[in-house]
Design a binder for this molecule. Structure first.
Ligand SMILES: *Cc1c(COP(=O)(O)O)cnc(C)c1O
Length: 427
């Protein structure tokens, strides 16, 4: 496989853009080598600047549940663009997207659209602090909630990959407001509540962890969190930026029958364009300006192109049979990866929830950050390059999810499983 054009572009990009990329994991820092520069995508496939084609399991890191360049999304964006790309005034599409989201997730009584998952989490936390009049936050080791100051504490993939548990440039005072508990470990949460009586505004959690690789919530974990929050006057925030409209139409809260106080969304609700949202209980959301004292704003928030793409995407996902299809394709991918490991005697632990999954190079179950972190990342890097050479594109880090889209087929997944077997055989 030649990457001559990508190598040239990467060299030019590194002179102008730190690491040559606009989001760190794209630089292949954890696996080495040159990232292919992508020129186009269609369905489940992407093509790079040297004409190489790949079957894609990254899906833009989650948003592309319909695959690349889905006709409904492309048409919606083209039509919206022709009518003007931004007004900074209310538009009907914002309301339509809000209605689709609130109908899918009954816990969301009111919501606000923003431009990224980072903004959604940052704003949800601000409003939780405004509502409770408290400042401390509990998050989980290995969970990621975007790159806002104070959330870059033990934040999973990016931080794990680069060995920076807490980013430089974050004042100690901000990070000190963030308390870190262990995912799937209720006593670790209880201990923090006990040590910080009446100081904790909220607990924020990825209801299915996705940024340490996929790790499902243990039985009773999410319900236990809600009980601890209620008992202590704190709000429960579900960060469903990955899981929303992914693990069920109504997200993890539908799948696990939960009703969080606040929810963060992003990725899929933008259909591949930049969108985020935060919402939840009306009494909490009414703290947001202009109704309440918590300021939050955005020049491009509710953007016409982004809302058009999001509406088109959610309308496709609302069709019958969609989540059954995603579940079946996810199960085939899981089975293929397990069979590949078994065939060549490589220990892999495959975690999957719906169409999101991770193959950990670990010999025992992965249910916590510590267990995820004990995976063999050297092996993952070799596996990753073996797949890339064979035309299968997965995330360049052990601590990420692979995403199956509706554009994937059983034939494509069988092809990927065969390539995985060959890649594992040469480890
Ligand atoms: C991707 C992600 C974010 C951040 O979203 P951006 O759009 O990248 O800012 C927040 N939370 C979770 C769970 C995510 O996976």
């Amino acid at each position: 496989m030649r990457l001559d054009n990508s190598e040239r572009l990467f060299a030019r990009a590194r002179r102008l853009i730190p690491g040559g990329v606009n989001s760190p994991v794209r630089s292949f820092g954890a696996v080495g080598g040159t990232p292919p520069f992508i020129v186009s995508g269609s369905g489940a496939r992407v093509r790079d600047a040297d004409g190489n084609e790949y079957l894609d399991f990254v899906g833009s890191w989650g948003p592309l549940v319909l695959g690349h360049a889905h006709p409904s999304v492309v048409e919606a964006v083209q039509r919206a663009a022709a009518d003007g790309t931004s007004f900074g005034a209310p538009t009907e599409r914002e309301l339509e997207l809000a209605e689709l989201i609130t109908r899918a997730m009954p816990s969301i009584e009111m919501l606000r659209l923003v431009n990224s998952g980072t903004e959604a989490a940052m704003s949800a936390i601000r409003i939780a602090r405004a509502y409770t009049g408290r400042s401390k936050l509990i998050k989980f080791n290995g969970n990621y909630h975007g790159h806002a100051d104070g959330l870059l504490v033990k934040a999973g993939s990016g931080a794990a990959t680069y060995g920076v548990p807490t980013s430089a440039g974050v004042p100690l005072g901000y990070a000190a407001e963030t308390l870190v508990a262990e995912y799937n470990d209720l006593p670790s949460v209880e201990a923090l509540f006990d040590a910080n009586v009446n100081q904790i505004a909220a607990v924020i959690v990825e209801p299915v962890a996705g940024n340490m690789g996929v790790v499902a919530p243990a039985d009773g974990f999410l319900a236990g969190l809600h009980r601890l929050c209620d008992d202590n006057g704190a709000l429960l925030i579900f960060d469903e930026v990955i899981t929303g409209f992914r693990v069920a139409y109504g997200g993890a809260q539908e799948r696990y029958r939960m009703r969080p106080d606040l929810t963060c969304l992003g990725k899929i609700i933008g259909g591949g364009l930049p969108v985020g949202a935060y919402g939840g209980r009306a009494d909490v959301m009414q703290m947001a300006a202009p109704l309440g004292p918590a300021y939050q704003a955005g020049t491009l928030s509710g953007n016409p192109l982004a809302t058009a793409a999001g509406i088109a995407c959610l309308q496709e996902l609302a069709k019958p049979g969609v989540y059954e299809a995603l579940e079946a394709l996810g199960a085939e991918t899981e089975a293929g990866l397990r069979a590949a490991g078994d065939a060549v005697g490589v220990e892999v632990t495959v975690n999957r929830v719906g169409s999101a999954l991770t193959a950990f190079f670990a010999g025992s179950p992965v249910t916590t950050w510590e267990e995820a972190a004990s995976s063999d990342t050297g092996r993952y890097a070799a596996f990753f390059h073996g797949l890339l050479q064979r035309g299968v594109y997965v995330a360049p880090s052990q601590f990420e999810a692979a995403f199956v889209s509706l554009a994937h087929t059983s034939e494509g997944i069988a092809f990927a499983a065969e390539q995985a077997r060959e890649a594992m055989a040469s480890l």
